[in-house]
Ligand binder design. Structure first.
Ligand code: SAM
Length: 284
């Protein structure tokens, strides 16, 4: 928050508050979200009916303003201007604003105008899916929705498939089989997770290869909302020939023991074995 903004009578500083809301289980609303929604001057939202229901459930009554990033620039400008003296919450229909949802233009404009912005963390389907799937998650790449058209979907998957990370996509029931079919063609060996109806009564997380998952969902057409996760490419141990090449290169500038240590660090191969091979190569 900037130092210059004066707190409103209820103690809130004027500005924009990004408020995450539940993705299915109302119990996932945070205490802080309830506090800000109760004290703000109004709520900008994707769909006033959806947000109206949530606020009713929380016993909160506030003016609701429809917002999406395609709103006229003039309307957005007015909303931003109003935040000089008002505290405005931004929510999406479910989950974290801006994660495949509107808001980024609003935040960008607020930043440009020096309007304070605060983000309240909470539910996000991508994160729930990632934690539930049990796929490697030290690196992940969230890529939103895959393109609907076959060619564009294939190109996107081909491009992202080379990334050394778990890929996270938002998916819909009717399109899941098509995405799995493309994955089966271009990454048949990758471990995949279909995380469905997260935080809801019929939550499900099913793991497997594209082939098996296709067979399952062909027989059980998937209902509800889906996060599709694709595990990273398997690390392949370098072949003996590759290791020799790396050793030879390293030994041009360093001793055999140092070369073995370097190649071992890069490949995970045993340092002593590499050293023995380096000595052999030296004497050849
Ligand atoms: N901003 C939201 C968030 O933080 O998760 C995502 C909004 S995006 C328009 C909606 C997509 O999120 C759905 O099509 C689905 O892929 C995913 N999603 C939302 N809720 C979900 C849930 N309960 N289970 C699985 N996926 C969900």
């Amino acid at each position: 928050m900037s130092d210059s903004a004066q707190p409103l009578p209820d103690g809130l500083t004027p500005g924009l508050y990004l408020v995450a809301t539940p993705i299915g289980n109302l119990g996932d609303i945070t205490l802080r979200a309830v506090d800000i929604l109760s004290r703000c001057d109004g709520v900008a939202c994707e769909d006033t009916r959806v947000t109206g229901k949530l606020l009713k459930h929380l016993g909160i009554s506030k003016p609701l303003w429809r917002y999406d990033d395609h709103s006229e620039h003039r309307d957005r400008g007015r909303l931003v201007e109003s935040m000089r003296t008002r505290a405005v919450a931004l929510v999406s229909d479910a989950g974290t604003p801006m994660i495949s949802d509107p808001g980024y233009r609003l935040v960008n404009d607020c930043r440009a105008e020096g309007i304070p912005v605060t983000s309240l963390p909470g539910a996000c389907a991508a994160v729930v899916g990632l934690t539930l799937a049990g796929l490697p998650n030290d690196r992940f790449l969230f890529a939103g929705f895959l393109p609907a058209k076959d060619k564009a979907r294939r190109e996107t998957l081909e491009e992202l498939g080379a990334t050394d990370a778990t890929l996270v996509f938002y998916e819909t029931g009717p399109r899941l089989l098509k995405s799995l079919a493309t994955l089966k063609e271009i990454m048949p060996e990758r471990e995949i997770a279909v995380a469905r109806e997260l935080t809801k009564l019929h939550e499900e997380c099913r793991r497997g290869l594209a082939d098996g998952l296709m067979a399952y969902y062909d027989a059980h057409p998937p209902k509800g909302e889906i996060v599709l996760l694709v595990g990273p490419p398997e690390e392949h141990a370098p072949s003996d020939a590759d290791a020799d090449t790396m050793l030879r290169e390293a030994m041009q500038t360093m001793k055999a023991s140092q070369a073995a240590a370097k190649v071992s660090k890069a490949t995970g191969l045993d340092r002593k074995t590499l050293y023995a091979r380096a000595m052999e190569m030296k004497s050849e």
